[in-house]
Ligand binder design. Structure first.
Ligand code: NAP
Ligand code: HSE
Length: 421
């Protein structure tokens, strides 16, 4: 195993605690031989014998006695190179690494297939939720039309805490870090990068072609304030970091990760705390929701160990012939400009006659129709204005925003959110 942090410690513990049950399942023991870490002297959530710890990755990757490599160290390099080296040495790989799978999944799976091996990566998306295996197998008869997901536990934990008034952004992030949900660099969670990696992985599988993370439009949750949650509740919405992929009528694929308002009755609006959910829309099955704990040691261990047992079965039975990568199609990714959705705008404006009319004129000229306006006077001269629009085109909305921002009557455009559902 490469890594003995939040996930690695969980995997090591469960392999020890359930050793007998797994041996019965496989018909032979499954033994954790060596673990590669950066610092062998560190205190760990699960202590293993010092003799099994090493900082020498090559000694593990080249050891002919080792048949399976579990990569739970994270980051792009050296994890990516270690996975290639493991496949090169004839070993199956199990990984929880979304960055590596999003950026290099197609080439790693191709290499694995050439070598009649496999890279299993259920834990890379949605923690413990089974979603990779269903997309690889159970949903294969469908043409997938859309994926709609909440797939970052850290941001969902923060947004849920803020919506319940259980602390501000920084407090909620500190708790998510203490619970082991956040990435080594939590900016990857907050800025939407982690969700974009996961959406790229799911979309590559669902739409049978390579989707790169840089093809996913991405915004994070950094600008949201407690006030946005109060307005959202007043209007009947929840705020979530959503990850959406949809094929349009011409076969183009739009991929986006951003915070959005969802009507309170929508299934994804009720996915709270560290829970994640992925809704898959197939032409035969319609909509199916996969929901569960999206981060944390034990949920992620559940997915890693299931993949490990699956790969171990292949080792025991002497091979793997199954097609593991169907990257046949060159996917056409469409831009955000033609997106049509509704919008929420919160701004601080000068409170005097004609200001609302001026804002309405800018929106009207961009063919954006206003659905609701809330105005709260914050003092005698300044008011907070919340506007919900009817469906409008993204490019028109961005043009209108560019025209509104410099107006002297607008002190600040605080939050701009898309309204889905
Ligand atoms: P973590 O707690 O930071 O643990 C990382 C482990 O990898 C540490 O034991 C560290 O060694 C070792 N490591 C890192 N760089 C290394 C290097 N260059 N050489 C040798 N060892 C190295 O991370 P984690 O939360 O367990 O996450 C691991 C992976 O699982 C990541 O890809 C993450 O995205 C993914 N994942 C995490 C979760 C979750 O809830 N945490 C859920 C799903 C997927 P030291 O301990 O000696 O520093
Ligand atoms: N940092 C990730 C999250 C871990 O918060 O969802 C699970 O992939």
């Amino acid at each position: 195993m490469l890594g003995l942090g939040v996930v690695g410690s969980g995997v090591a513990r469960i392999l020890s605690e359930k050793a007998e049950s797994y041996a019965r399942e496989l018909g032979c023991p499954l033994e954790l031989s060596r673990v590669v870490v950066r610092d062998t002297g560190k205190d760990r959530a699960y202590a293993i014998e010092p003799a099994r710890l090493t900082t020498d990755a090559a000694s593990v990757l080249e050891d002919p006695e080792i048949e399976l490599i579990v990569e739970v160290m994270g980051g792009e390099e050296p994890a990516h190179q270690y996975i290639r080296d493991a496949l090169g040495a004839g070993k199956y790989v199990i990984t929880a690494n979304k960055e590596v799978m999003a950026k290099h999944g197609a080439s790693l799976l191709t290499l694995a297939q050439e070598r009649k091996l496999d890279v299993l990566y259920e834990a890379s998306v949605g923690g413990g939720i089974p979603i990779i295996a269903p997309l690889k197998r159970d949903l294969l008869a469908n043409e997938i039309v859309a994926l709609s997901a909440v797939i970052n536990g850290t941001t969902n934990y923060i947004l849920t805490a803020m919506s319940r008034g259980e602390g501000d952004f920084d407090e909620a992030l500190a708790k998510a870090q203490a619970l082991g949900y956040a990435e080594a660099d939590p900016a990857n969670d907050i800025e939407g990068t982690d969700a974009a990696y996961k959406l790229a992985i799911l979309a590559s599988l669902a739409f049978h072609g390579e989707v790169r993370p840089d093809q996913v439009y991405c915004e994070g949750i950094g600008g949201l304030t407690n006030r946005d949650f109060r307005y959202a509740r007043e209007l009947g919405y929840a705020i979530k970091l959503v990850a959406l992929a949809r094929r349009d009528a011409e076969g183009g694929l739009r991929l986006r990760v951003h915070p959005a308002m969802l009507p309170e009755g929508e299934p994804l609006a009720k996915v709270d705390g560290v829970l994640n959910a992925v809704e898959v829309e197939g032409d035969l099955l319609g909509r199916t929701l996969f929901e569960g704990q999206g981060a944390g040691a034990m949920p992620t261990t559940s997915a890693v160990v299931a993949d490990l047992l699956d790969a171990a079965h292949s080792v025991v039975s002497g091979g793997r012939e199954r097609l593991i990568w169907r990257g046949e199609a060159a996917l056409r990714i469409v831009s955000m400009d033609d997106l049509r959705t509704r919008y929420y705008l919160r701004m601080t404006v000068t409170d005097r006659p004609g200001v609302l009319a001026q804002i309405a004129r800018v929106l009207g000229e961009a063919e954006i129709s206003i659905a609701t306006v809330l105005q709260k006077a914050t003092d005698e001269r300044v008011a907070e204005l919340v506007i919900m629009t009817h469906e409008a085109q993204e490019a028109s909305m961005q043009r209108a925003l560019a025209e509104l921002r410099p107006l002297p009557e607008i002190a600040e455009i605080g939050t701009f959110l898309r309204v889905e559902g």
